[in-house]
Design a protein around this ligand. Structure first.
Ligand SMILES: [Zn+2]
Length: 273
């Protein structure tokens, strides 16, 4: 039978007959460690190298009995003296056997843990399902949401710009003004006084807008930029201004135009008031 020292793992070959009557106290010759060995928990690993024999085979002893009796012999210094009369082992053993009382609280805690681990999982709520789906399809959903949001901001930019005027400059910068640059303006030529054209411009949209460029059509049909109003016009606001047309050979009858570039096909032309 193979016996392994619990301390240094040295393996000994011991005839099983020595354990026929129960536990036996052993001492390791390598490290001096002492322990109680029974045949049932002997290490039966045949692959390990073995040393010939244990140094000592103390008499069999009853662990429970020694713990119960708790013998204490005055003057005995325990196992450290290496005696082999059995009394030392008995005495020392009585002092080191640990109580194995059940801790009720620890047992309750353990059972509670097991109960909670075995408890049926609550069915996931709709929110949890959505969250899980959102994690799985995070990319796709994000893309869809971003597209929808962008579409709303573009298609509904008239409402957005109306509700939040500070977004107008942003839209304008992106070339996504919620209004056509040329629509919703009411422009007319009031009078011509010498080298000056007097005009009236009204913002008929529901937005505050920056002033458009004003053009006059010259005799060749081309557009000539004239001094238009500056700043912005609130919704429904009217501005009356005077533009100098010195040096311009204006078309007759005279007209004014709004355009985004000096291209007559791009212009909206307005006549007299
Ligand atoms: Zn040992």
């Amino acid at each position: 039978m193979h016996v392994e020292c619990p301390n240094c793992r040295t393996v000994y070959e011991v005839p099983a007959i020595h354990f026929a009557d129960g536990a036996r106290r052993l001492r390791c010759t390598e490290c001096g460690y002492r322990w109680n060995q029974t045949a049932s928990d002997a290490e039966l690993n045949e692959g390990k190298k073995s040393t010939p024999l244990l140094d000592m085979l103390e008499p069999a002893m009853n662990m429970e009995a020694s713990a119960a009796i708790n013998v204490d012999i005055a003057g005995d210094d325990g196992d450290d003296d290496g005696d082999d009369d059995g009394l030392g082992g008995l005495t020392s053993s009585s002092g080191t056997v640990a109580s194995a009382a059940l801790d009720q609280q620890a047992a309750d805690d353990a059972y509670a843990d097991i109960d909670s681990a075995l408890a049926p999982m609550p069915a996931p709520t709709i929110e949890q399902n959505l969250a899980a789906m959102g994690r799985r399809w995070q990319w796709g959903l994000s893309l869809v949401l971003a597209t929808v949001l962008l579409s709303l901001l573009i298609l509904g930019r008239q409402s957005v710009a109306s509700a939040a005027p500070f977004t107008q400059s942003l839209y304008r910068g992106l070339g996504l003004e919620p209004w056509s640059a040329l629509r919703r303006w009411d422009l007319c030529l009031e009078t011509r006084n010498g080298s000056e054209l007097r005009y009236s411009l009204r913002n008929t949209s529901t937005f505050s807008r920056s002033m458009p460029d004003l053009y006059a059509t010259d005799a060749s049909g081309a557009l000539a930029l004239i001094d238009g109003p500056t700043g912005s016009l609130r919704a429904g606001e009217v501005v009356t201004g005077v533009a100098a047309v010195d040096g311009l050979n204006l078309d007759q009858p005279q007209s004014l135009a709004l355009a985004t570039k000096t291209d007559p096909s791009n212009a909206r032309v307005y006549g007299s008031c």
